[in-house]
Design a protein around this ligand. Sequence first.
Ligand code: SF4
Length: 162
Amino acid sequence: TKPKILISACLLGRPVRYNGKGKPLDHPLVAHWRDEGRLVAICPELAGGFSVPRPPAEIADNSSGDAVLSGSGRVVDNTGADVTAPFLAGAEAALALAREHDIHHALLIDGSPSCGSSTIYDGKFDGTRHHAAGVTAALLRQNGIAVFTERDVDALASALIA
Ligand code: SF4
């Protein structure tokens, strides 16, 4: 059987984002993989216990998902509430789902404090990004799963056949 791919549910258009919207990725390869039944969708934030809509959250203090996983970073929402625990729970749920399906590749939307793998917002809620991964992307990578952004579908396709 062909390898499966973990995908951010919002990339399939599911209305799971903090603002109640999806962010569908219109790409022929993604449509093809979907038709082959190879996409396993998850929204880590919903899996971690959040609902829709929810306040936007960022990893605080210009930090990273790896720091959150090691206990030295935290996730806060725009009211200042600490929401680290549900972010960790969502990341664990994503890893468990990936293992269940023997998945080694993930296609996650960039910029998210969960799914971001190239850039995330820096915790000031002013739109500034920096190079770091979100909590779920970091946990997946720590466990050997290759994470690609929505800009890197072609690289993902190459990795799948490598
Ligand atoms: Fe999309 Fe990931 Fe945010 Fe869920 S946690 S809305 S899948 S970016």
